[in-house]
Design a protein around this ligand. Structure first.
Ligand code: COA
Length: 381
């Protein structure tokens, strides 16, 4: 890359040619003198800019070098592992050396993830289709932290709006007959389509930047987008009116649970940031774990109720589908979708809990301490 690109020698010379003393008018003299001073600053700025572009080029070269270095290390580790496995009848002494070598390789593999936190990542098919080849890699943990915080805040704001809108629709229905206002429901359903769609994009960006969101939650937001879109185009009629109030309560309740989830996630995020900043004290990690388990214990009953609500929705829709007055295809499809959401949410949440209770504590402590550690030094345990 030509790093001098953009500098304009003709303009530089023209400015350098200005001589304030040649004018008799003191006002002009002062303006020209200002211009000369500004020109000096500009020269400095131009140098800084060239320096910056040079450094960017150097960074790009280093990024490529690190990425290919990691790929090379991974490949060699794989080959060494294969060679170790192929050793026939190892003696006790050999086995000791083999275990040592394997431990060393596992340790090294774990550090690659930390290296990759500061390297650019590929977008993946979904982001490539939506955003094109734009680079969305966040190259330091502080930016990742801020993006995650912003994602959580976005969810909270939208959850409050959903809560407010669904409250109006549900409670107003008991005061005035709102059933004729199908368009008012559509506003909420459209908002939900947009919300879940946006979540899928934001979550993909988080994943590209190292977030460990479980695949189901991503899929859940795709399925929820479809669920809201199908509800949006569900024509007004007997079946829609039979399900409308229940679904209104459901949206209201889910929005409420999302607000609770926000406080749990915010608490985790804030504590992880503190862990990265404090001195090496095991008690702090245990404090974090204890807070996390308390948070989970608090959330769990609300989540379980939400999941059984989804199952109830599926059953109710199935019964509606059996009714001869029901003619819309949306009813059986939505029944299946609610059932899928119930099954997916239930199994994933149980899996997450099992994983949290059985994780290797030593690895986990190191992971938590380094997750949002903003300076580049890692905490060694
Ligand atoms: N949506 C988006 N991201 C999620 C998520 C969700 N439902 N659940 C977890 N994550 C993220 C975490 O923030 C974390 O991200 P990070 O790696 O960037 O820090 C990552 O996934 C790993 O989280 P994990 O340790 O597995 O779980 P957790 O302790 O953060 O949360 C639960 C556990 C059960 C509280 C959480 O998964 C949850 O709220 N699940 C219920 C969601 C749901 O059922 N929604 C529908 C009905 S409201």
């Amino acid at each position: 890359m030509d790093t001098t690109e953009g500098s304009n020698p003709t303009e530089k010379d023209a400015v350098a040619d200005i001589k304030p003393e040649e004018s008799d008018n003191p006002l002009i003299q002062s303006v020209l003198q200002d211009l000369v001073d500004l020109d000096k600053d500009y020269m400095e700025l131009e140098l800084d800019n060239e320096n910056y572009k040079k450094k960017l080029d150097e960074v790009k070269v280093l990024q490529k070098k690190c990425l290919s270095g990691i790929a090379h290390q991974r490949y060699r580790i794989k080959k060494i592992n294969e060679a170790l496995k192929a050793i026939p009848n190892p003696s006790t002494e050999d086995k000791k050396h083999m275990t040592e070598a394997q431990n060393r390789m596992t340790k090294r593999k774990n550090t690659f993830r930390d290296f990759e936190d500061h390297l650019p990542h590929k977008n993946g098919i979904y982001l490539n289709i939506i955003l094109g080849q734009v680079n969305i890699s966040l190259l330091n943990k502080e930016d990742k932290y801020l993006y995650k915080q912003d994602y959580e805040r976005f969810k909270l704001t939208l959850s409050y709006i959903q809560l407010g809108l669904s409250m109006i629709l549900v409670f107003a229905n008991y005061i005035v007959n709102f059933t004729s206002l199908r368009w008012a429901d559509s506003v909420l359903h459209f908002l939900l389509v947009w919300y879940y769609c946006t979540l899928t994009i934001r979550e993909q960006i988080l994943i590209v930047n190292g977030s460990r969101i479980k695949g189901w939650w991503l899929l859940h937001h795709f399925v929820s987008t479809a669920c809201s879109a199908i509800t949006l185009i569900w024509p007004d009629g007997y079946s829609y009116q039979s399900f409308r109030t229940q679904y209104g309560w459901f949206i209201l309740y889910i929005a409420f649970v999302q607000v609770l989830q926000y406080y749990y996630q915010r608490g985790c995020l804030y504590r992880l940031k503190c862990l990265g900043q404090r001195h090496d004290m095991d008690i702090t990690v245990e404090g974090f774990m204890s807070w996390m388990f308390k948070g989970l214990a608090f959330l769990l009953p609300f989540l379980s109720f939400a999941y059984f609500f989804q199952l109830y929705n599926a059953i109710k829709l199935y019964h509606l589908y059996q009714d001869p007055r029901c003619t819309e295809w949306q009813v059986p499809v939505l029944s299946i979708i609610h059932l899928v959401l119930f099954l997916g949410n239930m199994t994933t949440t149980l899996k997450v809990l099992k994983q949290k209770f059985t994780e290797d504590m030593r690895n986990k402590k190191k992971f938590y301490k380094n997750k949002y550690r903003f300076n580049n030094k890692q905490k060694v345990l």
